[in-house]
Design a protein around this ligand. Sequence first.
Ligand SMILES: Nc1ncnc2c1ncn2[C@@H]1O[C@H](COP(=O)(O)OP(=O)(O)OP(=O)(O)O)[C@@H](O)[C@H]1O
Length: 453
Amino acid sequence: MPATAQQLVDEPRRALLFDLSNDERLSSNLHVTDWVFDRITSSSNNLALLKQRPYSVGVAFLPSSLSEDQREQVENLLNTDENLSWVALTNPANLENPEFRQLIYEHFYDYFSLPLNDSAHFRCALGHLHGMSKLRHTEDHLLQPVEEFHMVGSSKQFLGIFDQIRRVATVDAPVLIRGETGVGKEMIARAVHQRSRHRGGPFVAVNCGALPETLIHAELFGYEKGAFTGAYKRKIGRIEAAQNGTIFLDEIGDLPQQLQVYLLRFLEQKTIERLGGNQSLTSNARVIAATHVNLEQAVSDGRFREDLYYRLNVLSIEVPRLAQRDSDIELLARFFLHKFAKEQGSVVRGFTRQAVAAMQSYDWPGNVREMINRIRRALVMSENRMITPRDLGLAEIDARVEIEPLEQVRAHAEEVAVRSCLSQSMNNVSHAAKLLGVSRVTLYRMMDKYGIR
Ligand SMILES: Nc1ncnc2c1ncn2[C@@H]1O[C@H](COP(=O)(O)OP(=O)(O)OP(=O)(O)O)[C@@H](O)[C@H]1O
């Protein structure tokens, strides 16, 4: 659980001191005003100590040469707690070694050469890290994902979806989920299933657009032995297999017309027939359908049955495009970055401001799925600890453009006008005042205000 700001303020400034130098004198001689160091020597007792006290700053005494084992030990410890930032103390000769340089570059915020002659500088770096950690806690707190049903989102639109999921889960009627590709329709369908009284049964998903008509028929409704050439034995269809559970019909708009009739019968009578069979079977599977096409248009074009449309559209959830869910973009991006970085043991820590700006102004045609792919790729491509727009394959946007308060803009314009009028009139105040349409007294006041002599 993140520490509160008050807790962080009250915390004594304690740093973890990881000493691999084999020379206790070095660390016991480390005296820095306002700081207390808790020394550990091998990573075995580290985890326990880290759990006891959430450190924000770590100092590592690195020996002249690191064995493979020691290097692994250091890397393990450095990766144990992402909220702990490290400063290295090392012999300058070590920096000749490229591997050592890489270790420092990838894992440390800063390094200092031994002997530590300038402890004021060192103290400053520790203070800086401590402050940054406080900021990170605040930011983490602000970016805390609202995670429900394993879904992340905090935009007004997405909170509305959480609400709709809870509502539609309590009834048995069909649900139609609409939204562009990759917005999370299947995820929402699973969430409805998990909250519904059907959660004890299976969740069976079928993509109605992925198979040709004959196959989709057999897939959905099953077939009897001998129903067609190659039907050597009976096959249970997906609707039957979803008994007591949920059948998720993705891309319902692509369902061939003939099958629309059978699906309608199932929705009305809760019965199905296997291909080549003459027996009616009942299934109590709940239907959730999803579409990325405009079904009303498909109905008016005669591609989708109107009666089926009304049957399916009893409850509907509209999922907005990612680009319309402003506050979800950064939240989701950080969520996926941390998730994948952890999985891959990556040293990447976050996004540059430019990367956040680029993501926020990008259109995301492939929505969340596209974001996942871009972040996975960026983790592989990134050469630094922060992901750039380039790593994400996005155009760079100037993140520094800031909106200034109107008063500031006005004052700036006024100053420019006064300066240029004075310069045009060769510093003749009467003439400049005339050009500006103000009295000399007013112009003198303005010159005072802007420090113009
Ligand atoms: N809010 C979210 N939080 C976490 N992960 C999400 C969220 N929304 C979508 N995803 C992830 O994005 C990917 C795409 O989601 P999903 O398959 O549900 O989209 P879809 O709308 O059904 O796509 P399609 O129309 O192409 O079938 C999945 O990996 C899903 O886990």
